[in-house]
Design a protein around this ligand. Structure first.
Ligand SMILES: [Mn+2]
Length: 305
């Protein structure tokens, strides 16, 4: 089977997180030679938007400083980038490419998943594997710091209100039975309630210890493939243990071991043939000598080469 060419889409927004830093992720990966490395491994791959010149965080709206958390200006920045990301993913997928979205805080999933659903005419028929320490299923009411990277799943399930629905054009984007969580280990009380209410397939880190990562990923991919016509993998780097991925804003000890994950992405991940692969929450300022950047390179090589 001929491999689809790949286009990388940057999400240079960190305003969905309480602390700044993730907005610099795509640019740092571009400068560390991600595309050149993957091309060297035989892939047809290029940036859809060059991170060097693409719209950057709050500066995209002409602001001089980062707007305060929970302010209307903060929402404007996030929605600006989400709109662009949703359009980019839709265009890239419609163009016959595989899309890889590079963040950026995890609010990005609201735009990227919506973009895929639109491109494939798959609202309510898009499957999502979500590898993360956090379920990101707060609402703006329950998120303690009112951050957009805490709410993407709720928004995609139809709890984003009129403004978000207008932004993505389709709502709800996802059905709860088409989602699988892998690697959760920091779940807030209101999120536990959401997961139970929606009955979302979940493998916590404790479950991974019990069943093994291979079984969890096998079941997750099968689960999200049932009754869907598009498949999305969203990988928050904090799902991986901070020993392997230190460059994240909200590190939680005890995560997935990178070597085991890479091995399974090469087999199960490749076979799953995800339409869009998302790498979220890379924070280069917190990285240790490019360790996390090198891991991103390895993850994409495992899935794509
Ligand atoms: Mn996340």
């Amino acid at each position: 089977m001929k491999k689809k060419p790949i286009r990388l889409i940057p999400y240079q927004c960190g305003c969905g997180a309480f602390s700044a830093g993730a907005e610099a992720g795509a640019l740092a990966l571009a400068r560390s030679g991600l595309v050149e490395s993957l091309r060297g491994q035989g892939l047809d791959i290029a940036w859809w938007r060059d991170p060097e010149t693409a719209e950057y965080d709050y500066r995209a709206l002409g602001l001089k400083t980062r707007p305060a958390a929970a302010s209307p200006a903060r929402e404007d920045v996030v929605y600006f980038h989400l709109t662009q990301l949703a359009q980019d993913v839709e265009e890239v997928v419609r163009g016959g490419f595989r899309a890889v979205t590079i963040g950026g805080d995890h609010s990005m999933a609201m735009g990227s998943v919506a973009g895929l659903a639109k491109a494939k005419n798959a609202a309510g028929k898009t499957g999502l594997v979500w590898i993360d320490a956090h379920p990101d299923i707060h609402t703006m009411k329950t998120s303690r710091r009112k951050t957009y990277h805490a709410v993407p799943l709720s928004f995609l399930l139809g709890e984003g209100g009129k403004k978000f629905a207008a932004l993505v054009d389709i709502s709800p984007v996802l059905k709860p039975q088409h989602i699988a969580y892998v690697g959760l280990r920091s779940i807030d009380e209101p999120e536990l309630h959401q997961i139970a209410r929606y009955n979302i397939k979940t493998f916590t880190n404790g479950d991974l210890d019990q069943f093994g990562l291979k079984e969890a990923l096998t079941q997750s991919i099968a689960h999200i493939s049932k009754g869907t016509k598009a498949r999305f993998l969203s990988l928050d780097l904090d799902g991986i243990d901070p020993a392997f991925a230190p460059g994240v804003g909200t590190a939680v000890p005890g995560g997935i071991e990178a070597p085991a994950l890479l091995k399974l992405l090469k087999t199960l991940g490749r076979r799953a043939d995800f339409d869009v692969i998302e790498i979220a929450e890379y924070n280069p300022a917190l990285d240790h000598k490019g360790k996390t950047a090198a891991l991103v390179d390895d993850i994409l090589a495992a899935l794509l080469v």
